[in-house]
Design a binder for this molecule. Structure first.
Ligand SMILES: NC(=O)c1ccc[n+]([C@@H]2O[C@H](COP(=O)([O-])OP(=O)(O)OC[C@H]3O[C@@H](n4cnc5c(N)ncnc54)[C@H](OP(=O)(O)O)[C@@H]3O)[C@@H](O)[C@H]2O)c1
Length: 344
């Protein structure tokens, strides 16, 4: 491809001397042809430098998520810690890790739900469990968690706990917004930072460990009407990528997951489909690629969405914003209508 430039120059010089024309008049007569050559070179450059590695990356991700066996995580340590583990994606991580023989420490708000999930895991997978009931919207819980986890051989930490808005809404109009936004940041970000502070030093000492951080597609670009939620997820992306780079040489895998919709309480989607997987299907797909990918959508369709959003952000930065807006505005309108009907 680099050969195009000297080749074109040679052709021009040869023509100049054979027709006894000035360089300028020849260039002017060949202008359309030169444009075609220039456009072709740029197109070939873009395909080789950008598209082929991207397509290779997408194909590689699909291969891992479809065909790789789920690794034996026990070799990283005896226990897995999962935050927000009584429902949805967190519960699915806890069950899948237990299925592979890990003992599980479950952290969530409601003690009775924790005890139910723990009993179910112990009975089904014949592993040990511990439960810690904590509210991650509080900041005074970490000393207790530190004490409870002290001295345990932790191989995997899943920073999954998260909360969102009750429904998409303008920043200043979110009901009880001051408290809601404080809770969102404390639950989605402070929990991840503090749980990592508690668990990572021992992992670094033994030079192995896996930290799985749950972000969201909405962390990849600003999201109108879910602005604070999306901002907390952008923090997760930045935090995880920085941490991965700091601790790669110390044997620690930091795996960032940016899912699209999964059929859970948070998304409010009850029926799973090929674009909205069940939490179990999503987690199995993600665990297959933990050792191979530092950042993934977690599920094949969500990988494509991640690449699509990146592409839009790069080519037309405001287009992803508009797509989000047109998707969320009707959901907001429907939620407000329902609220009004209830008040009648
Ligand atoms: N579902 C999706 O479509 C989707 C998409 C992108 C990203 N994500 C991310 O994936 C993660 C899990 O989402 P999910 O859909 O599985 O959520 P979910 O079904 O609502 O489950 C949330 C879990 O977190 C616990 N929890 C919530 N608030 C808590 C608090 N303040 N303190 C302690 N525990 C708390 C809940 O337990 P209790 O009920 O016992 O409190 C529950 O076990 C979140 O980080 C979310 O942002 C989800």
């Amino acid at each position: 491809m680099i050969g195009f430039v000297p080749l074109t120059a040679l052709v021009i010089i040869a023509e100049c001397s054979s027709r006894k024309m000035t360089l300028f008049s020849l260039l002017m007569s060949k202008l359309p042809l030169l444009w075609v050559i220039f456009a072709s070179v740029i197109t070939v450059l873009v395909v080789v430098v950008v598209a082929i590695p991207k397509l290779f990356h997408i194909a590689q991700s699909l291969f891992y998520q479809w065909f790789c066996p789920i690794p034996q995580f026990k070799s990283y340590g005896r226990w897995a810690v999962v935050t927000g583990s009584t429902d949805g994606i967190g519960r699915a991580y806890a069950r899948e890790l237990a299925r592979r023989g890990m003992d599980i420490i479950l952290l969530s708000r409601s003690l009775s739900k924790l005890q139910n999930v723990a009993a179910e895991i112990e009975k089904e997978f014949k592993v040990m469990t511990r439960v810690i009931d904590v509210d991650f919207t509080r900041t005074d819980i970490y000393e207790r968690i530190r004490q409870e986890l002290d001295g345990m051989d932790i191989g995997v930490l899943v920073n999954n706990v998260g909360m969102s808005y009750p429904f998409p809404e303008f920043f200043a109009e979110v009901p009880d917004g001051d408290k809601k936004f404080m809770d969102l940041i404390t639950c989605n970000n402070v929990s991840m930072m503090m749980m990592t502070r508690i668990v990572l030093p021992a992992m670094a000492e033994k030079k192995k460990g896996i930290i799985i951080n749950l972000s969201s597609l909405s962390g990849l670009c600003p999201v109108p009407l879910l602005n604070v939620y999306a901002s907390t997820k952008a923090f997760v992306e930045s935090f995880s990528r920085g941490l991965a780079s700091e601790y790669k040489r110390k044997g620690i895998i930091v795996h960032l997951v940016t899912p699209g919709y999964v059929a859970t309480n948070m998304s409010g989607i009850r029926t799973a489909s090929w674009v909205v997987p069940t939490p179990e299907k999503f987690v199995r797909s993600d665990l297959r690629c933990v050792l191979h990918l530092t950042h993934t959508g977690g599920y094949w369709f969500h990988n494509l969405l991640v690449e699509g959003i990146r592409f839009l952000n790069y080519c037309v930065p405001s287009s992803a914003l508009w797509i989000m807006w047109f998707q969320l505005a009707p959901i907001r309108a429907k939620a407000l209508r329902k609220q009004k009907e209830k008040q009648k």
